[in-house]
Design a protein around this ligand. Structure first.
Ligand code: K1U
Ligand code: ZN
Length: 167
């Protein structure tokens, strides 16, 4: 297994729209395992392939306290969005920044499993929020884009400065 490098905002590669996975190969299964390891090590509760500069439609999530409920979603597709929930979000690609985002409270998502089978999942609460956040990454959208232009500009300045200082 391997720890993968996570891209940081405002890296333009975070705005790439990911392509569907055409076949669940051994390479895809290995990438999913590496993504899970990277997510747990960060630590985080989700990770999209976009964040590790692989532009394919795959994400991992585990919102459990015990870190024993890993879900891998390949080619996820939102079938239903219901209600509204406002929650503070963070992002491994936007370190140190947390802000409130409004999303659907209940979702139904269709996805392909690592065994190649298609399944449907109903999610509410943090799991629903996290899956929506990760699907946004696959569509090239970072959560700060829900914030005001002023906040986005401040975050961009702060993270660019941090990146330059780290060089
Ligand atoms: O996509 C990502 O960058 C992962 C992100 C997922 C997420 C968090 C909160 C709301 C929506 C989506 C994170 O995991 S940020 C880190 C985090 O939330 C966390 C870290 C350790 C323990 C508990 C939470
Ligand atoms: Zn994120």
């Amino acid at each position: 297994m391997a720890l993968l490098k996570i891209l940081h905002y405002p890296d333009p590669r975070l705005h790439t729209v990911a392509k569907p996975v055409t076949e669940v190969t051994a390479e895809i299964r290995q990438l999913a395992a590496d993504m899970a390891e990277t997510m747990y090590a960060a630590p985080g509760i989700g990770l999209a392939a976009t964040q590790i500069d692989r532009h394919i439609r795959m994400l991992v999530v585990d919102v459990s306290e015990e870190k024993n409920s890993l879900l891998t979603l390949i080619n996820p597709r939102l079938l239903l969005k219901e209600g509204e929930s406002v929650r503070e979000e963070g992002c491994l690609s936007v370190p140190g920044i947390y802000d409130k985002v409004t999303r659907a409270e209940h979702i139904r998502v269709q996805a392909t499993h690592l065994d190649g089978k298609i399944f449907e999942l109903d999610a509410t609460g943090l799991l629903a929020i996290c899956i929506q956040h990760e699907i946004d990454h696959l569509d090239g959208k970072v959560f700060v884009e829900y914030l005001s232009r002023l906040k986005q500009a401040r975050i961009k300045r702060k993270l660019t400065k941090q990146a330059l200082e780290a060089m």
